[in-house]
Design a protein around this ligand. Structure first.
Ligand code: DER
Length: 223
């Protein structure tokens, strides 16, 4: 991944869009973590906002940062800030942190979604493996359907735990390599229609801005 300085520049740039009284969707991952910490500093300075976390990790980070929290079922989100594994134009592949089911609920419901990334995430065409959260019982049937769609599925194994990664929702993740994805919306529809699929990591047409940090500064792309 990109440098921490680049990620920090992106996260802090997006955090500047947070205004008093907002409900802010708090994404998952190391880039968004910089935005969460910056928002925590704004809260310390008197900003009156409420955060809606998208994972166990982002909830813990937000708590440490002192950001008041709310659940998605009690508020509507004005602004969401979230990272990505790959960005092509306004389309994203997300799910590197296996949090994309809750992220997509928050990101899609937000009035505005600001994506924070470093230059290593940018691509002309999406081609990163697409994380697909599946019910454990459906891992084999979904894997077979993914192959029929031209993908190569791999059950995501945990690092410091025997066996597969288990999501915050108690499900498994198939990382599905399709090569270049020329029609992300169509592939997203195909994946979403498979029985047992909880959520896939194609975020098509959801982003309003992309903040790309680097050691030199930040480029903001309006979409
Ligand atoms: O899981 C996700 O979608 C995260 O946003 C993630 O993929 C990006 O994480 P990073 O900012 O640590 O690269």
């Amino acid at each position: 991944g990109g440098s921490d300085a680049a990620k920090r520049a992106a996260g802090e740039s997006a955090a500047e869009a947070v205004e008093d009284g907002m409900v802010v969707g708090l994404g998952t991952g190391s880039t968004t973590a910089h935005a969460i910490r910056a928002i925590g500093r704004q809260v310390d300075a008197g900003l009156d906002i409420v955060g809606v976390p998208t994972s166990f990790q982002s909830r813990e980070l937000a708590r440490e940062a002192g950001i008041p929290l709310a659940d998605l079922d009690e508020v509507s989100v004005d602004l969401a800030i979230d990272g990505a594994d790959e960005v092509a134009g306004g389309d994203l592949i997300k799910g590197g942190g296996a949090a994309h089911a809750r992220e997509k609920i928050v990101d899609a419901s937000a009035d505005r979604l600001l994506v924070v990334a470093d230059p290593t995430k940018e691509a002309e065409t999406l081609s990163h493996p697409v994380p697909v959260e599946v019910l454990s019982a459906a891992r084999t049937t979904v894997a077979e359907s993914v192959r029929e769609l031209g993908g190569e599925p791999t059950l995501r194994q945990a690092e410091r735990k025997d066996g597969p990664v288990v999501t915050d929702n108690g499900n498994l993740v198939l990382d599905c390599a399709f090569g270049d994805i020329d029609e992300p919306a169509a592939l997203g529809r195909d994946l979403a229609s498979l029985p047992g699929v909880v959520e896939h990591g194609l975020f098509v047409g959801l982003a309003d801005e992309v903040h790309v940090g680097s050691e030199e500064g930040v480029t903001v792309r309006e979409l």
